[in-house]
Design a protein. Structure first.
Length: 69
């Protein structure tokens, strides 16, 4: 499966938060990794600057959601 783009992560991100609990970003990354059935290799794929691609996209989704209120 291809790594989802950040806009494809927005609704699942909100669904994780819908239970009203507080999560650290790495916990959300773990939950979304499971939800999208990503392999360990996909989860650890790096971008040229050295960051993890999937975690970066989850972070970008969080940034846009936060900006939207």
């Amino acid at each position: 499966m291809a790594i989802p783009k950040y806009d494809e992560l927005m609704l699942p991100f909100l669904q994780v938060l819908s239970d009203g609990k507080t999560y650290r970003i790495n916990e959300i990354v773990d939950k979304l990794t499971s939800q999208f059935n990503l392999t360990q290799e996909e989860r650890e794929e790096l971008i040229p600057s050295g960051g993890r691609k999937f975690a970066g996209r989850v972070g970008r989704a969080r940034t846009y959601l936060k900006g939207a209120g």
